[in-house]
Design a protein around this ligand. Structure first.
Ligand code: A2P
Length: 269
């Protein structure tokens, strides 16, 4: 996720961002890319959290909130971003290459974390667009499979090519020597596309309402006793998905008051 806030950080400061090195960049479409950077020693986070990421622009640090897409055990940090041609940060960030420096905030935070959910059996991770990023972290964290029997990650995009990153992450989990074994039989990927032909066409909210999501998973609709969910997408997608969960009797939780589901806005535009 990525919030439009300019942070003016004084330098030098022990609270200000640290400079990290870009290790790799992968471009998926004209509008989407992922990148990996060094992780400073002592940089702790919970899988699913976000942190400020940025560049020095015209002598000043320009930062946005980005979900950390890598799990908390990874030596490196990964991020999944859109590219906005006139975006103050992403217009420049999309041009980074290995060896370049980026700024990393010191304090990861967020609500898409295990701590904000009560224990349960099934974990639904609902995402659209770059809203998949925090779930790329969650599904690569062994704790997820220790806590839940079924982990259902849904990703809906306008075009099929926008699913390439989530497909790659899912493939990495399945092929991973250790994770693959513990995720085996537990991790389900429910992908759909809304604006071009695909094997599954439609919004996730439609598949919840018409029951196709549950039929595919051999589940019987939402159950507040057993089901937990995290939602990350646009404001509209969050509002509509949240309404369906609330209709089924699930309540929104937070770090301070864990409950049945949590939400966070993904960056749009
Ligand atoms: P659609 O193409 O039918 O609008 P966006 O880029 O606008 O955030 O959309 C990303 C994906 O989320 C698209 O596939 C879009 O479908 C879908 N989407 C947009 N709004 C909603 C909503 N209110 N509920 C569920 N899915 C949505």
């Amino acid at each position: 996720m990525n919030i439009n806030v300019d942070l003016k950080v004084k330098k030098p400061s022990s609270n200000g961002p640290t400079e990290q090195t870009v290790l790799g960049v992968t471009h998926y479409t004209d509008f989407l890319f992922s990148f990996r950077i060094t992780r400073p020693s002592g940089f702790k986070f919970r899988s699913g959290e976000f942190v400020m990421i940025g560049l020095e622009v015209a002598g000043k640090p320009l930062l946005r909130a980005y979900s950390i897409a890598s799990p908390n055990w990874d030596d490196e940090l990964e991020f999944f971003s859109i590219k906005v041609s006139d975006g103050p940060l992403t217009s420049k960030l999309q041009k980074i290459s290995p060896g370049d420096k980026v700024l990393l905030g010191r304090k990861p935070v967020g609500t898409l974390v295990h701590d904000a959910l009560k224990s349960g059996e099934n974990l639904y991770l609902f995402s659209t667009g770059t809203g998949f990023a925090p779930f790329a972290s969650i599904i690569r964290d062994p704790e997820t499979y220790e806590k839940f029997n079924k982990v259902i990650v849904t990703h809906t995009c306008r075009e099929a090519i926008e699913l390439d990153y989530s497909k790659q992450v899912i493939g990495n989990v399945i092929e991973h020597e250790f994770l693959g074994e513990i995720a085996n039989g537990k991790l389900y990927y429910f992908d759909s596309v809304t604006r071009e032909p695909y094997f599954r066409n439609g919004r996730i909210t439609s598949f919840i309402e018409n029951g196709e999501l549950f039929q595919t998973l051999h589940l019987n609709g939402f159950n507040p006793e057993t089901d937990r969910a995290m939602i990350c997408g646009s404001n509209e997608m969050i509002a509509d998905t949240k309404a369906l969960l609330e209709q089924a009797g699930l309540n929104e939780g937070s770090n301070a008051a864990p409950a049945e589901f949590v939400v966070e806005k993904a960056f749009v535009g």
